[in-house]
Design a binder for this molecule. Structure first.
Ligand code: FES
Ligand code: FES
Length: 157
């Protein structure tokens, strides 16, 4: 079985896997990082979202063969990757219900904060549209995002 190297949460990792194993299974089953969730498996729900730099991707849709040599952030590494403001805002707004969609939502929100300064309402809506939350936490997520923008504006990362 081939061996692949990748970086997860700033730590180099080696995994032995079939080339077509989805990154989501690598994270969960081989590396023990269970923050990314399996929801739909077809790229539409966002539960498996991870970050690559300032963008997000669906880890159920990327094979380890494609992911090799690249660097990813999962929810377990979000704080170290500059996610303190978004995490604090999430708690302030008491966002989470069941929590299943929340790792993906938080990573999407943090990527949004990284890529635009500050994101406008249209960008926030577009980001939320890409994720399914069966608990309907969207209004609180909007509030949390606005709060995180304020925290960043006040110089709190
Ligand atoms: S599990 Fe990957 S998008 Fe739903
Ligand atoms: S908080 Fe339950 S699915 Fe979003």
């Amino acid at each position: 079985m081939p061996r692949y190297s990748l970086v997860v949460n700033a730590t180099p990792r080696l995994v032995d896997a079939s080339p077509d194993m989805p990154l989501l299974w690598v994270l969960r089953d081989l590396l023990g990082l269970t923050g990314a969730k399996y929801g739909c498996g077809i790229g539409v729900c966002g539960a498996c979202t991870v970050r690559e730099g300032a963008t997000t991707l669906r880890s159920c849709q990327l094979t380890i063969g494609e992911a090799a040599g690249r660097s990813f952030v999962t929810i377990e590494g979000l704080e170290s990757a500059g996610g303190s403001a978004i995490q604090r805002a999430w708690l302030d707004a008491d966002v989470a219900h069941c929590g299943y969609c929340q790792p993906g939502m938080l990573l999407e929100a943090s990527a949004l904060l990284e890529s635009r300064t500050p994101p406008d309402d249209a960008a926030i809506e577009q980001a939320l549209d890409a994720h399914l939350c069966r608990c309907g936490s969207y209004p609180r997520i909007r509030l949390a995002l606005k709060r995180a923008i304020e925290l960043r504006r006040a110089g709190k990362p």
